[in-house]
Design a protein around this ligand. Structure first.
Ligand SMILES: Cc1ncc(C[n+]2csc(CCOP(=O)(O)OP(=O)(O)O)c2C)c(N)n1
Ligand SMILES: [Mg+2]
Length: 540
């Protein structure tokens, strides 16, 4: 069989349904093989966006998302997406083309060493040099992509190899099972937690897996221990819970930290140091029992006393079985802060002045989105507000990137979410800066006939950096820009274009767009001037 046909058969065998990307002439054999397969090509307008979509597919489904590009410039365009998947722990496979490797008359035209370039950004980067090895390389790629920590993989398929005949066999998939933690480690964790007076649970990026939810819910229900999350831990457990304190590591003096400081032990489930530290350890301070798939990274502010390594859900099930609720546990101060925090968030959200203030915006989006609706955030100042004030009800319903924290992924991630969940409401929430970094994907969304809402928060600036500039005492300089007319811009793609002129228009307009078919872009003028006061001065 032709190697490109076998390549695609092997992808089908792995359960691949979509390939996101832009083919070049070096991929034309592969493209032909795809045409004759069950896999759908999702053609995008930039390879970076294709990579973000593939990574998001992996994040949502737990199976690798696949993207493709040509050699040279197509492959270099995948770099940011590779970093996004790799740091974010999202299983993703990139397939790039290459000129013939056995005989070539092209000199170095468009040729870069892409395999080498992808090395530091991936778990595995390999060129296929013979048709006989292609299926083993694909099996290896899929195995490594999902193994914890999941991440990015790169395969280069040169033109002449794609055209060769091969009689390689297709390897069957094997189930991925993670080893279970040692009993002694669980016993040590139980002893520490039972002895503590004010234990708190932290849910981090690694806890945020479909498989861990039931075990963690059961632990919280049995013990009544309050919990908080990192940005990437949001949504695993319903944040409306009376035991949920909110999200940490947003800004230095944010109120949630007041509650965290009252704890004497943190039960740290799945924190991954790709996120900012959600709390700091020092010599005589809070102690930590860590649960994760891998052993804890140690640094100056993080050195857990007990490290439980193994499948998180099994470890937590095991812990719940042995851990008994202790009469000396005291959460009164922590839960008192939680009540005050909720009241503060409510007060902040009441202010409906115009341009729209972030807490009010978050309230409206939360009220309008159904529990299983997905919001996909780009990177900007509003991300802090949504992390802090948006209560996620279900797993993976708030998609944000708190590892690479790149701009430009909000819209592509929303498109991928809608492809994975066609029956759920999906909204991209972008700054005017981040939106413009991949706004061309509006065409992809319209062409795919997706129902999607895109909120663009207009402050005519790179607001997040402006805020930091002000916080650091610098003068206002170099961060303002002018925007296109977003309403006309959206309409030119065949999408709906809307702009609100007063805050009272926002809720009815979003509701209308949520119900309407097609892509709808809503421009929302925002006012960030009060951000410093609200985020950095905890008055509780
Ligand atoms: C690709 C990329 N470039 C630069 C940055 C640094 N950065 C972080 S937030 C930000 C500004 C975002 O502006 P905008 O999208 O308009 O959102 P706003 O903060 O104004 O709401 C910048 C430049 C980044 N995170 N990613
Ligand atoms: Mg902006």
């Amino acid at each position: 069989m032709k190697t490109s046909d076998l390549f695609v058969r092997a992808l089908e065998n792995e359960g691949v349904k979509y390939i996101f990307g832009i083919p070049g002439e070096e991929n034309l054999d592969l493209l032909q093989s795809l045409k004759n397969s069950s896999i759908e090509l999702i053609l995008t307008r930039h390879e970076q966006a294709a990579g973000f979509m593939a990574a998001t597919y992996g994040r949502l489904t737990g199976t690798p998302g696949v993207c493709m590009s040509t050699l040279g410039p197509g492959a270099t365009n995948l770099v940011t997406a590779a970093a996004y998947a790799q740091l974010g722990g999202m299983p993703m496979i990139m397939i790039t083309g290459q000129k013939p490797i056995m005989k070539s008359k092209q000199g170095l035209f468009q040729i870069l060493d892409i395999v080498e370039m992808m090395q530091p950004l991936t778990k595995f980067s390999k060129q296929v040099v013979h048709g006989h090895t292609v299926t083993a390389i694909i099996r290896e790629a899929f195995r490594l992509a999902i193994e914890e920590r999941s991440g990015a993989i790169h395969i280069e398929l040169p033109e002449d190899i794609a055209r060769e005949d091969s009689d390689a066999i297709i390897y069957h998939k094997t189930a991925y099972r993670i080893p279970v933690a040692d009993n002694d480690a669980i016993d040590a964790a139980v002893a520490k937690i039972e002895k503590a007076e004010h234990p708190l649970i932290l849910l981090g990026a690694g806890a945020n897996r479909r498989t861990t939810k039931a075990a963690i819910n059961a632990l919280i229900e049995k013990t009544g221990i309050p919990f908080f999350t990192t940005q990437l831990g949001k949504g695993l457990i319903d944040e409306r819970s009376t035991l949920c304190l909110g999200t940490a590591a947003l800004s230095v003096n944010d109120c949630v930290h007041t509650a965290i400081e009252a704890a004497d032990l943190i039960i740290n489930i799945g924190h991954d140091i790709v996120e900012k530290p959600p709390f700091f350890m020092d010599r005589d301070g809070v102690e930590v029992v860590a649960f994760n798939f891998l052993s804890a990274n140690v640094d100056e502010v993080y050195f857990p006393q007990v490290d439980v390594v193994g499948d998180i859900s099994k470890s937590i099930m095991h812990l719940s079985k042995h851990l008994e609720k202790q009469p000396h546990w005291d959460f009164s101060y922590i839960l008192d802060i939680k009540k005050k925090l909720d009241a503060t968030f409510d007060d902040e959200a009441d202010d409906d002045s115009f341009p729209v203030l972030p807490p009010h915006l978050v309230r409206i989006v939360r009220e309008v989105m159904p529990s299983d609706g997905i919001i996909s955030l780009d990177n900007g100042l509003y991300k802090i507000w949504f992390s802090r004030n948006y209560k996620a009800h279900l797993f993976n319903t708030i998609l944000l990137d708190n590892s690479l924290a790149t701009m430009g992924a909000g819209l592509p991630a929303a498109i991928a979410s809608k492809i994975v969940y066609p029956d759920r409401r999906v909204m991209a929430i972008c700054g005017d800066g981040g939106f413009m970094m991949n706004s061309q994907e509006l065409e992809t969304a319209v062409r795919l006939k997706l129902d999607l809402i895109v909120l663009i928060l207009n402050d005519s600036a790179y607001g997040m950096i402006k805020w930091k500039q002000e916080q650091m005492g610098f003068e206002d300089y170099g961060l303002d820009f002018k925007n296109p007319d977003f309403v006309q811009y959206a309409k030119s793609y065949g999408a709906g274009g809307h702009r609100i002129k007063e805050t009272s228009e926002l809720e009815p307009l979003i509701r209308e767009c949520v119900e309407a078919p097609g892509v709808h872009v809503i421009e929302v003028p925002v006012d960030y001037t009060g951000t410093h006061e609200l985020l950095n001065r905890c008055k509780i």
